[in-house]
Ligand binder design. Structure first.
Ligand code: GLN
Length: 285
């Protein structure tokens, strides 16, 4: 069997499979074949007419079975690229999304060189590690409620040589001190949305996805509590779903934030809402 035949057969199987989030069957098939053959995707495309060895084919079948059972490609390969770097991932963390890269760009645009930054709900650590590596003078603290997630995040920080202080903390519970910026990609899906994912056996941690009835349970707490952890003129940057940005802007305004902005992701959807603390604010609401 040639590489071309192996690929089109696998893509066909994936196309017919009734699994969640399998909208790129050809891409998934080629990433997994490149993985099985231990070659780059460029090399794979150049090898289309060549015969696949039985060993590679057997390995490919194994990887494909995992994908057909619903595992995302990133969990099968235990890695995902984010902002040009590779992060280790497993089912204790959310797979970094390209949508989240916009929070990095926005943060870098707003940050002073040596600011103190807190990444709340760090998960794989992709935001904290990327900020530290893009701007080495920053001082980074990253927290998560999940111990297994923190294990992944510190593994990534070590592998990428990014110096970060980690804290196991339910939101701000074990956080002390003040920061010039708080960035967060908290759970923000509505419970109605995550219910369907749970029933279909989606393997990402619901703890990292489920934001309650309207998806904003944690975001409300973060907005109010962040006032006790931000320096004057400090920024709060929140990633959320496109439909939530307007409500988050209003919540920031009610809490006394100024310079409120909504930043779009690469697909042009509202993705990050940010605000700055200055002077009097209101954390009574
Ligand atoms: N953007 C993610 C998704 O759509 C949700 C991430 C989150 O809840 N933090 O799956």
């Amino acid at each position: 069997m040639t590489f071309r035949e192996a690929l089109s057969g696998a893509a066909e199987k994936l196309r017919k499979a009734e699994i969640l989030f399998c909208d790129t069957p050809m891409l998934d098939a080629s990433v997994l074949l490149a993985e099985a053959a231990d070659m780059s995707r460029e090399k794979l495309f150049a090898s289309y007419p060549d015969t696949v060895s039985p060993e590679v084919l057997a390995e490919y079948e194994k990887l494909l079975e995992k994908r057909l059972s619903g595992l995302p490609v990133s969990y099968i390969r235990n890695r995902k690229e984010f902002f040009g770097r590779e992060f280790y991932v497993d089912s204790s963390v959310l797979v970094p999304r390209p949508d989240t890269e916009v929070i990095i760009e926005k943060a870098l645009q707003l940050l002073e060189r040596s600011s103190a930054v807190l990444d709340l709900c760090t998960g794989s650590g992709c935001i904290a590690a990327t900020l530290k590596l893009e701007q080495p003078d920053l001082s980074l603290t990253a927290s998560d409620i999940s111990k297994p997630a923190l294990t992944v995040a510190s593994r990534n920080a070590d592998a990428l040589d990014a110096k970060i202080s980690f804290a196991e903390s339910n939101l701000f519970e074990n956080i002390s001190g003040r920061f010039d910026m708080i960035v967060t990609n908290p759970p923000y899906l509505k419970t109605g949305e995550t219910d369907g994912m749970t029933t279909s056996g989606w393997p990402e941690p619901m703890l990292a996805l489920d934001g309650g009835g309207d998806g904003l349970d944690l975001i409300r707490i973060i907005i109010i509590t962040s006032l006790d952890y931000l320096n004057d003129n400090g920024y709060l940057l929140i990633e959320a779903g496109p439909q939530q940005a307007e409500v988050i802007s209003a919540l920031l305004q009610d809490a006394g934030f100024s310079d409120i902005e909504i930043t779009h992701d690469m697909a042009g959807r509202n993705r990050v809402t940010s605000g700055r603390v200055c002077g009097t604010h209101n954390n009574e609401i």
